[in-house]
Design a protein around this ligand. Structure first.
Ligand SMILES: NC(=O)c1ccc[n+]([C@@H]2O[C@H](COP(=O)([O-])OP(=O)(O)OC[C@H]3O[C@@H](n4cnc5c(N)ncnc54)[C@H](OP(=O)(O)O)[C@@H]3O)[C@@H](O)[C@H]2O)c1
Length: 339
């Protein structure tokens, strides 16, 4: 038994528009006691994903909405502090859906359960390289983008965690890679740290002029996590037979309201004999082991660099979720809740 309180962010109301702290309530309850076969986890890090904003909306999604009055759903990592499970001894690191709280009881593994972090793997990387971002980048780029050596690849949100991994995978596969991000600092990181060939600052550059110069033969693969006007710019520069990987549409804010119309120039797909395909990384569950091996090896060879932005304290979780929509993060947005 732990003589402390468990702070939790509970969903108080469905947000309208931009997320506010008041959409949640920070409450304190006693730390739960693990039952037979269970273990108690002290959560150390939360991983923030844009899709979490979408989980707050009612309506059709790939996962049920977080119920009102429940702890906010979210991935993270933590360490076992009490254990009644020999497979999960005290001191082990576990990763999975911990929720926005200090402590959680682990009952079982499985896809959305809490799984022990394998020996030699950094716990934090379970939220980036070996989590949804890395898996999305891997399957989106390899299976849907299918770039060939020498082809030109365009990646949006390229200084974010998914885009940066996707761009670096395309580099490993021998492509010329152009990243799009907001601001000179992120663009420098894209070329100097992530090693992409060029970066377009969509807040300051003339995107069309840049794409005409950087991709004179057109873009063969466009990995898009943004949508909106950036998607339209990419569609305007496709090569014949291009593949557009629809990973996400963060420019919508995932606010659940009626989406804006567009892309206005989708006929480019017909004129360029191109294909646009959406997916959710969970579609590839049976191939996760293949992705883990490839991502691990590329990272070990220094071909994949991951940036992190850390926000401090459980209190900051709602603000950290807003940050990914406001572009305040470089790489993976994390919340550190225990040192
Ligand atoms: N399909 C799947 O299974 C799957 C899985 C994981 C993630 N995703 C999607 O992949 C995308 C990236 O997710 P992530 O976790 O890697 O987040 P992230 O890229 O680390 O962070 C999001 C970045 O998006 C950019 N952004 C936000 N609003 C924008 C706007 N209006 N216009 C242009 N850029 C904007 C911001 O960078 P700037 O400063 O450059 O604007 C921000 O830093 C999201 O759409 C997410 O939903 C899909």
């Amino acid at each position: 038994m732990i003589d402390a309180m468990n702070r939790q962010w509970v969903l108080r109301r469905r947000p309208e528009g931009t997320l506010r702290d008041e959409d949640f309530e920070l409450r304190s309850v006693p730390v739960p006691v693990p039952g037979p076969g269970e273990s108690l986890i002290r959560v150390h890090w939360l991983g923030i994903d844009p899709t979490q904003r979408g989980w707050l909306n009612e309506g059709d999604n790939y996962m049920d909405a977080v119920p009102l009055g429940e702890v906010m759903r979210g991935g993270g990592v933590g360490q076992v502090v009490l254990s009644n499970d020999p497979d999960c001894p005290v001191g082990s690191w576990v990763a999975g859906m911990v929720g926005w709280q200090d402590y959680v009881v682990r009952s079982a593994g499985g896809l959305f359960g809490l799984n022990v972090v394998p020996e030699g793997v950094s716990p934090k990387s379970m939220m980036s390289l070996f989590g949804a971002p890395g898996l999305t980048a891997y399957f989106g780029m390899r299976d849907i983008g299918r770039p060939e050596p020498g082809q030109t690849v365009l990646v949006s949100a390229a200084a974010g965690v998914t885009g940066s991994i996707a761009g670096q995978i395309a580099k490993v596969l021998g492509c010329k890679v152009i990243g799009v991000a907001g601001g000179p600092e992120k663009c420098s990181w894209i070329t100097e740290q992530a090693g992409l060939d060029a970066a377009i600052d969509y807040k300051n550059d003339d995107i069309d002029a840049c794409l005409t110069r950087l991709a004179p033969e057109g873009v063969d693969v466009f990995f898009d996590g943004v949508g909106g006007s950036i998607l339209e710019h990419g569609l305007a520069h496709l090569a014949r037979g291009a593949r557009v990987v629809l990973a996400g549409a963060i420019s919508s804010g995932y606010q659940g309201a009626d989406p804006a119309s567009g892309p206005r120039n989708y006929m480019r797909l017909a004129l360029d004999r191109a294909r646009m395909e959406g997916f959710i990384f969970l579609d590839y569950l049976d191939r996760f082991p293949e992705a883990f091996v490839a991502l691990r090896d590329w990272h070990a060879q220094g071909a994949i660099t991951i940036a992190e932005t850390v926000s401090s304290g459980l209190e900051s979780a709602p603000s950290a979720l807003r940050a990914v929509f406001e572009g305040r993060n470089l790489g993976k947005q994390l919340v550190e809740i225990a040192g």
